[in-house]
Structures are given as C-alpha cells and as structure tokens.
Design a protein around this ligand. Sequence first.
Ligand code: DX5
Ligand code: ZN
Length: 218
Amino acid sequence: MKHLSPSILASDMLNLGAEIKKIEASGAKYVHIDIMDGCFVPNISFGMPIISAVRSCTDLVLDVHAMIVEPQRYVDEFIKNGADILTFHIEAVTEESAKEAIDKIKSHGKKVGISIKPKTPASAVIPYIKDIDMVLVMTVEPGFGGQKFMGETMEKVSEIREYASKIDKELDIEVDGGINDQTIKIASDAGANIFVLGTAFFKSEKPVLADEILSKTN
Ligand code: DX5
Ligand code: ZN
C-alpha cells in the first residue's frame, strides 16, 4: 500500500492545528514528525510537546522520525506522547541498543522503523529487516528540509526491496528528502511505498491531494 507522509517540519508552526487539518483534507493517512537533537544532526527541531499536541488533534498515523543519539532512551516517551511508528537511525545505535529499541517499541505494540543516511550502505540494515516494519532510506542528508533529492540512494531502495521479497517479508520502505511530484515516481519505481513530503506539501501553491500525487507513481 502506498502512502504520503507529509512532514510538519515545513509547516506553519504557529498554526499547527490548521496544518494538521490540511493533511487530513489531502487524504493522506500519515503525518511525519522529525525530531532533531542538535547532536545526531546539526539542527534542533522539536520534541515531545509537539508530538503530543499533534496526537491531541488527529487520528492520523503519527510517523515519528527520531534523528537523535541513543534513541533507545526515549522510546517510552515517544510512544506515551502518541507515536504509532517510531523510526531511529542505525548510525545512532550499537547492536545492543538497536535490539533494546526494537524490543521496547514492539512491547508497546507499535511499529518499528530503522533509517539509513545517504552514505550508509543497505547492508547496515539488512540484518534487522526480519524484525522490523519499515526501513526509511534518507534521500538527503538528514537535518534540513528543502534539499535536493539524491538519486544515487535509489540503488539501496531496490536492494532492500529485493531482500525483503526474497525473505517474503512485507516491509514498508519510506523515502525522505526532496520528494515531489517528479521524484516520487523514481522512488516508487525503485521499490519505496511511503513518501515523505515536506516542502512539496506545505509550500505548494495549490493544495496537494494524496491520490493525485500518488497517481504519478503508476
Ligand atoms: C530531513 C527530514 C525530512 C524533511 C523533508 O532531515 O527528515 O523529513 O522534512 O523535507 P523536504 O520534503 O522539504 O525535503
Ligand atoms: Zn524525516
């Protein structure tokens, strides 16, 4: 199943409630929430109060992307505040803390995602695929919205999709960064099925409709 996951990083924070309603009106079912700690990435975004504010005003699937060091320390808090899918970075964990994070997320009955940065090979996430729900392949260097899609990351999307099919695993593959009505087709052809849209959703002149943009992938 293909989904759009509009990223509130590009939204008007002063009117967050109205921005969430815009996502609902688009027909998208997910909302992407980028958590940045100023350490794992060179930027600070927002944290628990925003997750909980979004949770209080919508039933959309909260797709939380944690760009933070030691993510295992915050799993319970993310989920308490409303995350439905919690994605952490493989570059931010050891084998041991990755296992701890996965087990904790699962113990709450929530979905687990693992993300890889553009320079991290697919092989870093392959051993975890059998145990998780989603792989998030970053299509820009994490930290900022509005960057240019890196086409060279598509090889990894295909490699991960092929591996998942080989082991007969129903895996979501999310792409994040520079996705718009052109690049969405490239990512979908490579095997991605969840598409994060920040700038292309919130800074678009005319309202984005999920079905319309997803139809570009056919
Ligand atoms: C970047 C974030 C993205 C960002 C995408 O680190 O993970 O989710 O909001 O923004 P656009 O779509 O503008 O590239
Ligand atoms: Zn993100």
